[in-house]
Design a protein around this ligand. Sequence first.
Ligand code: SAM
Length: 241
Amino acid sequence: QAWTARILTLFPEMFPGPLGQSLAGKALEKGIWRLETMQIRDFATDKHRTVDDTPFGGGAGMVMRPDVVDAALAAATGDGLGTKGNGPAIYLTPRGRLLKQDLVQELAAGPGVVLLCGRYEGLDERVIEARGLLEVSLGDFVLSGGEPAALALIDACVRLLPGVMGAEATLDEESFDAGLLEYPHYTRPAEWKDKKVPEVLISGHHEKIQSWRQAQSEETTKLRRPDLWDAYLKRGAAGDR
Ligand code: SAM
């Protein structure tokens, strides 16, 4: 069974979108992964197919009804609670756990994901609790809907699936693998706009290149992401590096 992304959305036509192109698109065609969309509106029960209502307690905006979303989730996961062979059921929300590469790796290693894309002000809290949804955020900003977050999460997972990347080796040295940001890259021409490629990279000296890259990674991380740098040092001190 191929890795499967099952998406619950009010805008199924947004998929596969960019995931139909390039590496992810080719892998989709080859059947390395599968994409299924479900229209949440199909689970509304009134004749207007209503999925949202005004918030109790007042305030602006609308809230997605728990009964409608629950029925959609039940259909997507094929059982009551949990998700059996589908991987976790995730609600994309700015309140969630920040999406990081470790979670991406975990999800890519499993059978797939069920992704619930919110709209309006989001979901009624009770359906999040009742379904034990894993809440995941793309970052500290507010999107108008969960769909772009779902596209990003799937893209990050799919490129880790076996057979998706042409050169598997390129996965080995990426940002975050060692807990550091990546070193800078250069290609031809060797001199461009009076800027030369660092000497060491054309030296052909493999070990020197490696240590230059390591030093660059450390420097960039220290400067740009003191949070990652601290975690890196702590891990080193704990001896698990
Ligand atoms: N009222 C919500 C708040 O202040 O947190 C924002 C709702 S937003 C306009 C509508 C939907 O977009 C959310 O239900 C969620 O599914 C999605 N969304 C917005 N920002 C997101 C983010 N940073 N990560 C993941 N999903 C996000």
